[in-house]
Design a protein around this ligand. Sequence first.
Ligand code: F3S
Length: 437
Amino acid sequence: MTSTKPQRVAFRTFGCRLNQYDSEAMRTLLEGDESYETAAPGEVADVYVVNTCSVTARADASARKAIRRLRKEHPEAKLVVAGCYAQRAPKEIAQLAGVSLVLGTPDRANIVEEITAAKGEAPRIAVSPVEMESEFLNVPVTDMLGHTRAVVKVQDGCNQACSYCIIPQTRGHSVSREPQQVIEQVAGLVSGGYPEVVISGVHVGDYGLDLANSDWDLPRLLRALLAVPGLERLRLSSIEPASINHELIDLMASDRRFARHFHIPLQSGSDSVLERMGRRYRAADFSELVARIAATIPDCGIGSDLICGFPGETEDDFEQTLERLRAAPLSYLHAFPYSVRPGSPAEAFGDRVPGDIKKQRVRMAKRLVSEKNEHFRRAQVGQRMRVLFERVKGKDYSAGWSDNYLRVELPGEAGLSGMKEVKITGLSVSGLTATIC
Ligand code: F3S
């Protein structure tokens, strides 16, 4: 007898906020078909979708580990592998035991049909050339399971071709979402109970450039979103230095619902390294920009990314990077050892930096910025701020995030949720402590 019960689907998501959003979009498409439903948290599923990242060799390894574990724990389930690693190396993934379907980024739109068609012993590979992703996939996502903040993707892909990066090969060229679709989605999420929305894209500063007959750009979109009734906080995710202009900084400074937080990748403080990376700014541009932001927006959280040990990075190059970091008003840093990405232009670069030196440089950069982070946190003590509390299970404290991207804990106050005004009382291990005002 054939069962007509819907198949339960669970997701394992790796990588950046874009992948978080993409998982919700794929989940929404599956929910829209009567053959599938979302598995409850912790429930055994019939289909597992692993949404992978491929930003480093380590990201690939994490995805493979998750696939192997799911295969071991749920040998009967269909195993679907999507995301950037799936697009970059579909054959490699198809060779892993138990994989039923490898789904490319342009093929996410057909996830229902592809999962249904993946029946045989041999894995199905549904990976179209990335150039096929010519339009933004508009899915009416109305919730972000397990998240307090809603991520909304407004742009995908990238036209820049930095030499270390594989994202143009996994997500194609830049495509923007129609402004009306973004506004409707944000309005829906806000009325569904999300006080904060995070606007993201691979190259969010390119928003609007590809929209025909349109003068929409990122500041105009953000202004329109700030007009959505009930929105309590709007946050911008990572943005390239060259995309931040006076208009954007002034907008953040002028509306307290626009979170005082910029994440601006520096990658290297040496111009010769930046040039070989194919970055379109110089180290002095970054320094001038972050100084301008700090001068215009008091207590703005400014974070950055750094790649240590790019091919040819000398001691002198790295010292220049440390100098830039020392002078910059940063509140946090994500530093990574350079990891060669198969198919990226830098794969062919010689003069590789040994692994132990890369790791040592990562440690030095992180140590330097962790001192800045402590200084930044100390400057918040005594201030009042609005914190969006997240559900913390089984603890005797509540915790959430300030607009300037600091984790705030309320000791002895379990179970808080939503946006609350607090007074900062001191420092926790990596964030702040506070009391309710
Ligand atoms: Fe990873 Fe792809 Fe995001 S490589 S960081 S999931 S764009």
